[in-house]
Design a protein. Structure first.
Length: 259
């Protein structure tokens, strides 16, 4: 079994794979400060809920966009699971060619999503990840990662609205019954959710137009991705575990016998 960890700005998503089968998933808050011991004990506790012991974990891989947590997280894995994780970054085999202006600035999350989408759906493919930020990545038929647009995520937009406007309340992130909203809560939900849908449709259309890749698979992932994917024909597939799958694939590419 291998442990894969996606460290996002808001949450960490963890998965345990046996071969290509995803056996278990867990989530932790990234923003909570933890020592290496706290990480290690938390990991043991989470794995224990699925009857997974440290001896069953043969390897691990981490994709992270939050450098500050990495030292403690890696040390916790080494100390409590007895393995040194692979960290997605320069020198790690991915099968994706980064042909952007500055490849070293491409986030690990974008690379991992691109790997999974290209391996599962072929190219050309566009990957939309609805996380803390909403990202739109383009991968060519040959596996070249050549363009990306990054926008504020839905949650960030909601938080900005209620934190900066004194009379607006904190509301649940969901689509209201109608865009013709008639009271404050649904007013906010309508503007933000339908606004995100409109942004998605426009950016997807514009990226297709400027790249010349009209016949392209559009794959969405991320915690709030289904909310948008269910409301627009611009997205072909919603894949909730795309990032974890990408980490597994990269792990296999960098070990002789990834299992």
């Amino acid at each position: 079994m291998i442990l894969v960890i996606d460290v996002g700005n808001t949450n960490m998503t963890l998965g345990v794979y046996h071969g290509e089968e995803l056996r278990a998933t867990f989530r932790m808050m990234t923003e909570t400060p933890r020592t290496s011991d706290e990480f290690g004990i938390t990991l043991l506790s989470l794995l224990g809920t699925k009857d997974i012991t440290p001896k069953m974990i043969e390897g691990s891989i981490i994709g992270s966009v939050v450098p500050d947590v990495m030292h403690s997280l890696i040390r916790g894995i080494e100390r409590y699971l007895g393995i040194t994780p692979i960290v997605v970054g320069p020198g790690v085999k991915t099968g994706i060619n980064l042909v952007t202006e500055n490849p070293r600035n491409v986030g690990a999350d974008l690379i991992v999503d691109a790997v999974a989408a290209y391996e599962k759906y072929g190219g050309p493919v566009m990957v939309l990840d609805f996380g803390t930020a909403t990202t739109y990545s383009l991968i060519s038929e040959k596996g070249d990662f050549f363009a990306c647009a990054i926008a504020p995520g839905i949650r960030i937009s909601f938080e900005a609205l209620w934190s900066k406007a004194a009379k607006l309340p904190e509301v649940e992130i969901r689509k209201p019954k109608s865009i013709l909203a008639t009271e404050t809560v649904s007013n906010m939900q309508a503007g933000l959710v339908y606004g995100q849908i409109g942004q998605t449709e426009y950016i997807v259309r514009k990226m297709k137009e400027e790249s010349g890749l009209e016949d392209i698979m559009v794959v969405a992932t991320g915690g709030l991705g289904r909310l948008i994917a269910d409301e627009t024909d611009a997205i072909d597939v919603y894949d909730s575990f795309l990032t974890l799958e990408g980490l597994r694939i990269i792990y296999d590419k960098n070990t002789r016998n990834g299992k």
